[in-house]
Design a protein around this ligand. Sequence first.
Ligand code: NAP
Length: 370
Amino acid sequence: MLGLTVDGRESPVEGGESRDPRPGSRVPVAILGATGTVGQVLVSRLATHPWFKPVALVASSATAGRKYADAVRWRLPGPIPADAAGLETRDTPPTDVPLVFSALSAQLSAEVEPQLAAQGVTVVSNASTHRMLADVPLVIPEVNAGHLALLEQQRQRWPGAIITNPNCVTAALAVALAPLHRALGLERLVISTMQAASGAGYPGVPSLDLLGNVVPFIEGEEEKIPRELNKLLGTLSDDGITPAGIRVSVHANRVPVVDGHLMTVSAGFRRPATAADVSQVLHEWRAPAIAGELPSTPAHPLLLHSLRDRPQPRLDCALGEGMTVSVGRIRDCAVLDVQFAVLGHNLVRGAAGAAVQLGELCAVRCALSA
Ligand code: NAP
């Protein structure tokens, strides 16, 4: 298996039986920003989803009113899913569906998502707008499914809900770092990101700025990653989430790669730890049973690579249909304790796949109604 150190062991996901919350009927869902970079991956992943059925595709007024196939500049391999191709795009989100997947810009999501929640809709949001609000769950099912309990507080505001997945870098990092934090106590992190072009949406960074080049700046990214990581790895109590208190230094870089964010990480722990300790913790980690019940959870949420030049975006970001997070190059660090590389597919584990998996968690844990 490509020299990966899975050793033929069983899937590290406990439980593993997908539990259909509404046997025999797919929950009708809407996709906001359906023509965009993340929206297209949502359309693709939801087309054959066993629990959810897209019934409304929302885009700007510039494209609304046309059949999706005519409205979208389709950038994914293969044809547009037939059911979606024939749907007419609209510029107003429906309020008669229980669940909405939102791939709107931060600015639009600030306006649209609360309106939907106020109408009783559950919104799974890819945008940064609401992630850090005290009563909004920021969740990765393999990491902190229990944080969904924040919805009890949020329900004082409206009958619906806003639930968020982290930004594309944090989504992959947190899957790799959560087991290390629980076992060894993370204290300090120095992270350099190499972020793919698709992370900036379409058309994103102009090709003449990026081809044959690296841009050592991404607006807002170096601030978001520490905040979101500390919330994800934080502790839930009656008072809300207490952040994990990890000191995080980030250098964010845009690189001329199409898909897949690669991060190099140096980690310092509260107790002395070596590369062997980190390898052992990651190797022995098992995803919680609740994650195993969700169709989007891959057989291997976390995969350790033993080849010395892996993981690489082009070769490894599609593992587990884009939901597997890869870790490699684990070695002792001369400055902090241990260093390693983490790779995740920014549009799948970092956006659309994460959102669908979160929608599945809501379907299992929350009553979806509209
Ligand atoms: P994008 O490619 O620019 O797509 C934006 C989408 O929003 C398009 O479908 C666009 O429709 C739609 N839209 C624009 N104005 C609208 C309006 N007034 N009303 C309704 N829809 C409107 O952006 P993206 O990369 O997919 O990102 C979407 C969100 O996900 C952002 O918040 C981003 O930060 C977040 N995110 C992105 C990634 C990533 O890797 N790209 C990862 C994690 C999170 P038209 O086609 O009609 O213009």
